[in-house]
Design a protein around this ligand. Structure first.
Ligand SMILES: Cc1cc2nc3c(=O)[nH]c(=O)nc-3n(C[C@H](O)[C@H](O)[C@H](O)COP(=O)(O)OP(=O)(O)OC[C@H]3O[C@@H](n4cnc5c(N)ncnc54)[C@H](O)[C@@H]3O)c2cc1C
Length: 411
């Protein structure tokens, strides 16, 4: 008979840890270790001693309590959601990675409260796409999103969660009523702006360094059913940013009862960052070649302003007129404005089809050296000159989407 060899207990973890009931869910096999030692960026490799697949919040509490109390062999703990970080933020050398997604096997961790104070209670391990689908069953949805929805609630709330809705509602971390957090001492603390507010503010955008989010209470709004989704092309960066800034300034102040847009983003179009890229294919073949020839014949860089206006059966008859009014006077290249009419879900989930295409070509699982920057308004023209029209124009191998959009400091 061949005996299956047990992997030895990692030397960086105290032996006493094995006596906890939770230790049955600690994995030291090579699959678990390899999954937890890399991330979407594929720029860092950090090897943990073990991975915990928690069955409950209590498992996490017991692990953290033990680590806090353990002076013999101190070890670190990192929460991991989808692992879509770029530089090892959800990893820990020689410690324990808590694979939050294991909690998802417990059903019922997305609970919509439909009373006057609309909100949803969500497990930190839940994917935003699942939150969207569940809340839509009640005709409501969160209001602030990321471009891509297959990320965990705990993961984006530990960063910021920024997208085209942030100018209006703030990033996702500005759209949280309450959190349950397992602190570094292994206590479960409920916190909000008014209760344990220091912890609340530290954990939001805290990269998992101030505790592990096990529940978030997220505000909801009545969900629209459809979206007018528009892209406009610009030659001139100053016209592009001026129009972007104008559009985010309307936000309810547009006069004539104008509510403003629901989403404003923008991107660069170059021969290596073409108008249709993996994030979404928007342009017909004919439009695509029109834009590409403009790019090739005259200009190395074009700018694409992207906006969306939500609507439903109540606003169906007025949405086009409102949108026309909002876009009147913008300085895009005449004729280079393109509109799509899509469902709310298809709009929010727009990156998914590109992801599936890349996956099918084996191109999702490659290094992603991404960078996110906030550039002050006072230096954005220098940035355009130096980076977009300098470095990027001269480079023949900088491939990939480049997003550029303004944010209101007050949000
Ligand atoms: C294709 C793609 C598109 C993206 N688009 C956007 C975008 O539009 N806007 C945007 O803001 N971001 C975007 N991101 C970045 C994304 O928000 C972050 O990478 C986020 O961390 C991903 O969540 P995750 O579940 O993969 O977290 P992980 O990478 O697993 O973890 C991220 C950090 O959060 C910590 N963490 C994870 N779960 C918890 C928890 N429950 N409690 C406490 N800490 C925790 C980890 O320790 C780590 O520090 C995008 C990423 C990808 C891959």
């Amino acid at each position: 008979m061949i005996r299956k060899q047990r992997r030895p207990w990692p030397s960086s973890l105290p032996l006493e840890l094995q006596s906890l009931e939770m230790a049955a869910r600690l994995r030291v096999d090579s699959n678990a270790i390899s999954m937890a030692s890399t991330d979407f960026g594929k720029l860092s490799r950090v090897i943990p001693a073990a991975v915990l697949d928690p069955l409950s919040e209590e498992d996490i509490v017991n692990l953290v309590r033990f680590s806090y109390a353990s002076s013999s062999v101190p070890f670190s703990i990192a929460a991991k959601g989808q692992g879509h970080s770029l530089r090892g933020q959800a990893m820990t050398q020689g410690g324990v990675v808590v694979d939050m997604r294991a909690l998802n096997i417990n059903n019922g961790r997305i609970n919509v409260n439909g009373s006057a104070n609309l909100y949803v209670d969500v497990g930190g391990e839940q994917l935003w796409i699942d939150v969207l689908n569940e809340t839509l069953q009640y005709g409501v949805s969160p209001r602030s999103w990321t471009d891509y929805l297959y990320l965990t609630v705990g993961g984006t709330l530990s960063n910021a969660g920024i997208s085209g809705q942030s100018f209006r509602h703030g990033p996702q971390i500005s759209n949280v009523y309450e959190l349950d957090v397992v602190t570094g001492r292994g206590e479960v603390v409920t916190c909000s702006r008014d209760m344990n507010s220091e912890l609340f503010c530290a954990v939001l955008g805290g990269l998992g360094q101030f505790g592990i989010i096990t529940r978030a209470r997220i505000p909801l709004e009545p969900a629209p059913s459809r979206v007018k989704w528009v892209r406009m092309l610009y030659l001139d960066f100053s016209a592009f940013t001026r129009d972007q800034e104008y559009l985010i300034s309307i936000n309810g102040n547009g006069g004539q009862g104008m509510k403003g847009l629901d989403y404003v983003e923008g991107s660069l179009v170059t021969s290596l960052s073409p108008p249709n890229n993996w994030r979404s294919s928007f342009f017909s073949l004919a439009d695509h070649s029109r834009i590409t020839s403009l790019l090739e014949t005259k200009h190395g860089v074009l700018y694409c302003l992207e906006v969306a206006k939500y609507y439903d059966h109540l606003t169906l008859d007025t949405v086009d007129e409102e949108l026309d009014l909002l876009l009147t006077g913008l300085s895009f290249i005449p004729g280079l404005i393109f509109t799509k009419d899509v469902s709310y879900v298809d709009f929010l989930n727009r990156v998914r089809s590109g992801e599936l295409q890349l996956r099918s070509k084996g191109m999702w699982d490659v290094p992603h050296p991404w960078l996110n920057l906030f550039v002050p308004k006072s230096r954005i023209f220098d940035f355009d000159a130096g980076v977009f029209n300098g470095i990027l124009r001269q480079s023949s191998n900088l491939v990939g989407p480049i997003l550029v959009y303004p944010m209101l400091r007050s949000k």
